[in-house]
Ligand binder design. Structure first.
Ligand code: PEP
Ligand code: MG
Length: 873
């Protein structure tokens, strides 16, 4: 494969997959060159040359020779020579991979300067300061890359030199003092490293290339690849180009321009230009960066041709078909482009630009939809701290993952899991997070770390899973032993409430009011595009009125899963539930159920009203009964008092209901078959509520009654018969019939295998991918986190199958179930309501498989709408 690709304005060596072969920087410079934009000439060493060098000792001779030839070409093009007797050629050496990757070698600038050529340059330009400043910077970056010498050492050295020679400020003012400073640098390096710094630029270039290659294997880059699923052998490319003297004189500087105004999404040259001479001052004595928007009205402020800049930026945007951001330099009035990219923007800006470009007729709605990463919408869906609230900020860190979250302080993932299991919210506070913290990060509301930046482990993982995160809050101190954290002189304990704002980086005492996001304007427009493009319906998993309302605001088209058991945990409901479970006979159970009925009915009326005629799928009671029972002596005693039972009897009943594998035990339809009176109460509540809600709103409700954990057709027959009987009874009593559906969850392998016969009696199927994953894998969903994160680390699985569907395993079974179900009943309605129903990757599979709808938690509804649209395009 070709090792080396040259580029200059109007001409660049071509390759089939430029980003892959030349890295971001190299491929981009090649692109700009081919668009006939002014770029500094140079060449890129390809990733295949990196692969070749990986298996060799040192830099392969063939590569050295090609580099040498390219340098000669560059000397011809620029009229300068590397280490020559005339004008010295100065080079920038920049490593890049196919995508942005932290941990790769920093750019080395001004390679080509040595103690001889620096004098040539100073003479050529008549500017000693400029030449020596460049040389000094080169030495520092070279030594940092090759020998890991800390810049602080050089600062100390300069300090000493300043004191000795008596100059003021950051640098010497005379040739003599500059020479002395450089000599001190070189002596220091020789002492530090044990040998003098090589003075041959070509040799230095080889070393920089080698070190840049090696940076691919550095720990930061490797961790990043692991976190982002980037192949280990993708490799790094190295771009070498001639330097632009952008830091000299009044007509020089560095800028970043955008083709659009991200505040409006409309085309307009925006961005900034920083004058590059020593004190950053421009011609009019401006020391501030120049806002490029001003250039429109005052073109003279800009040291190069502003019309050309505008036209070039527009040309790049036309080529990219999206808002573009460019890095450019001006050297003595001459404009050069160094890099362009799709303009970096937050999600809100991305949506604005995409919607605006559709309005302008530049792109189609489908293009706009494909440009927004569905999971990134998460950032817009998170709560923010209510403005105007008085909050006490106790620390500030980096805004590492957006959104605000409150919870009690926990110091370990274990604790986060334990507290979450008790139904309380946490903020995980750590010095830094490690891979084994991932399972804790999944259950916590937000993550706060003392160390680390926006690409630290905590930040990367938190963004990936959409949790607010603040990193590098260095002003706080954790005392693990005491279980305390101090910030601004306050000591907080585990269990105390704090709030983090991952958008601002603030850490706030207590739990201020959080505001739900607004979903209007461009966001709504994009969602309207999505709704036009998608085929699948998007419903929500919701039980409470608050959830149902939130889901509707997010655009849910019905409830795909109402887990009725969640309605029984609060307040007096739980005691009625306990009374029912602890009753010694059916009569006792029925009496307790009688009292639960009106509560359940009014819950359903509310849900039906909120969903206003949309489908509402209500699942019959699913979990094993002992989940509702008291735990621990005290709770047992309290329950006994409340139910006028003896604690011993309560304890005995609890013991009798104990199961070794509750998830595979007496739950789902098995419970309904043991206790049909529960089904009867729930069915009655549903029908009566449907009549009531219909009467109030004048809109008929068609409830969908869903039977959980069916494996046998006869299980469904049994439960369905009970439901039908109640429907008849209610009809007789009320003189009104209710249209309703009875369907089942498909969450057991046997149900898949027998989907054709089960479909004979089911109006709909909803794939319960949580239990289905659990039963297909034989992995307990509640215990999986302990080892699945290790599986991910070891590369045994790519993703947690409980979050993103295992397409080739569980997915294969779903496809089989779909096929069998449709064979029996072509018009059967098919959906999914497991966790994976809100995961974009899984949604793409559900689209391919032909499901009718997905159902997910309210906050994921917009994500699912967009993902379903993308999948359908
Ligand atoms: C499922 O199993 O996928 C499901 C949605 O039900 P639950 O999570 O309540 O078991
Ligand atoms: Mg289930």
């Amino acid at each position: 494969a070709k090792r080396l690709f040259t580029f200059m304005r109007g001409a660049a060596d071509r390759t089939a997959d430029p980003a892959e072969a030349l890295g971001l920087k190299g491929s981009n410079l090649a692109l700009l060159a081919s668009l006939d934009l002014p770029v500094p000439p140079g060449f890129t060493i390809s990733t295949s040359a990196w692969r070749e060098a990986e298996s060799a000792e040192g830099l392969p001779a063939a590569l050295r020779n090609e580099v040498l030839a390219a340098i000669e070409w560059l000397e011809g093009v620029t009229g300068r020579t590397l280490d020559g007797a005339q004008k010295p050629l100065l080079l920038a050496v920049r490593a890049s991979a196919r995508s942005v990757m932290p941990g790769l070698a920093d750019t080395v600038l001004d390679l080509g300067l040595n103690s001889r050529t620096v004098e040539l340059l100073a003479r050529e330009l008549g500017d000693v300061g400029f030449a020596f400043r460049a040389y000094r910077r080169f030495i520092e970056s070279y030594c940092s890359l090759i020998h890991a010498v800390d810049s602080v050492d050089f600062e100390e050295l300069a300090e000493t030199e300043r004191a000795r020679a008596g100059w003021q400020g950051d640098e010497p003012h005379s040739l003599v003092d500059w020479r002395a400073l450089i000599a001190a640098y070189l002596r220091f390096i020789e002492d530090e490293v044990g040998s003098p710094m090589p003075q041959t630029p070509l040799e230095q270039l080889y070393q920089v290339i080698e070190a840049s290659f090696a940076s691919w294997r550095g720990p930061v880059a490797r961790a990043f690849r692991l976190a982002h699923g980037i192949a280990e052998n993708a490799g790094v490319a190295i771009t070498v180009h001639s330097m632009i003297f952008n830091e000299r004189g009044e007509k020089s500087g560095t800028g970043r321009a955008l083709s659009r105004d991200l505040k409006t999404g409309r085309p307009r040259l925006t961005g900034e230009f920083v004058f590059g001479n020593r004190d950053g001052a421009g011609p009019a004595g401006v020391t501030e960066p120049l806002n490029l928007e001003r250039v429109e009205a005052e073109p003279d402020l800009f040291p190069a041709d502003p019309a050309a800049l505008t036209e070039y930026v527009r040309r790049i945007e036309a080529h990219m078909g999206d808002a573009t951001e460019v890095d450019f330099m001006v050297g003595d009035g001459e404009l050069f482009f160094l890099q362009s990219r799709i303009a970096r923007r937050n999600v809100a800006e991305a949506i604005r630009v995409a919607v605006e470009m559709v309005r302008e007729g530049q792109i189609a709605e489908e293009d706009a939809l494909l440009r927004i990463e569905p999971s990134s919408l998460d950032q817009l869906l998170h709560p923010t701290i209510e403005r105007g609230e008085e909050v006490l900020v106790v620390a500030k860190g980096m805004p590492a993952s957006p959104g605000a979250a409150s919870g009690e302080i926990v110091f370990s993932s274990e604790r986060a899991i334990a507290v979450a299991a008790e139904g309380r919210k946490t903020i995980l506070v750590r010095n830094e997070t490690l891979p084994e913290d991932v399972h804790g990060m999944h259950v916590t509301e937000g993550v706060l770390t003392v160390r680390g930046g926006t690409t630290s482990h905590a930040a990367v993982v938190a963004r990936g899973i959409g949790k607010p995160c603040v990193t590098g809050a260095s002003a706080i101190r954790i005392n693990q032993e005491a279980g305390t954290v101090t910030a601004m002189g306050r000591t907080l304990r585990a269990g105390d409430q704090i709030t983090i704002d991952g958008t601002s980086g603030e850490v706030i005492l207590g739990s201020p009011k959080l505001k739900r996001p607004s979903l209007t304007g461009d966001f709504a427009t994009l969602m309207a595009f999505a709704d036009r493009a998608r085929r699948m319906e998007v419903r929500t998993n919701a039980e409470t009125p608050a959830e149902a309302r939130a889901a509707r605001a997010f655009g849910a088209e019905g409830i795909g899963l109402c887990r009725t058991e969640h309605m029984f945990f609060e307040g007096e409901r739980i005691s009625m539930m306990r009374e029912m479970i602890l009753a010694s006979d059916e009569a006792g159970r029925r009496a307790a159920l009688e009292r639960l009925l009106p509560i359940q009915r009014s819950d359903f009326v509310e849900l039906f009203e909120i969903m206003a005629g949309m489908p509402v799928t209500i699942r019959l009671l699913d979990p094993p009964l002992h989940e509702f029972l008291p735990k621990g002596e005290q709770e047992i005693a309290e329950t006994a008092v409340m139910l006028s039972m003896s604690p011993a009897v309560v304890a005995e009943r609890i013991e009798a209901l104990h199961e070794f594998n509750p998830m595979l035990g007496h739950r789902g339809c098995r419970l309904a078959i043991s206790h049909p009176e529960i089904v009867e109460m729930q069915a009655r509540a549903i029908f009566e509520a449907a009549i009531e809600a219909g009467e109030r709103k004048g809109k008929a409700v068609v409830p969908e009654i869903m039977v959980p954990l069916v494996g046998l057709r006869r299980e469904l027959d049994f439960v369905k018969a009970r439901v039908e009987r109640i429907a008849d009874l209610v009809k007789q009593e009320r003189g009104k019939s209710v249209d309703y559906l009875v369907g089942t969850m498909i969450e057991l392998p046997r149900a898949i295998v027998r989907a054709d016969t089960i479909a004979e009696v089911a109006d709909f199927f909803s794939f319960g991918t949580n239990d289905l994953t659990q039963t297909v894998y034989g992995i307990s969903r509640d215990d999986a986190a302990n080892f699945l994160s290790n599986y991910e680390r070891q590369g045994i699985i790519e993703r947690d199958p409980f979050q993103s569907l295992d397409i080739e395993g569980v997915g294969e079974l779903i496809a089989m179930g779909v096929e069998k179900a449709r064979r029996t009943r072509p018009d059967i309605s098919l959906g999914v309501c497991g966790e994976q129903g809100g995961d974009p990757n899984s949604i793409a599979f559900f689209e391919r498989t032909g499901l009718d709808y997905v159902s997910c938690s309210p906050y994921r509804v917009p994500i699912a709408r967009l993902a379903a649209a993308q999948a359908a395009i």
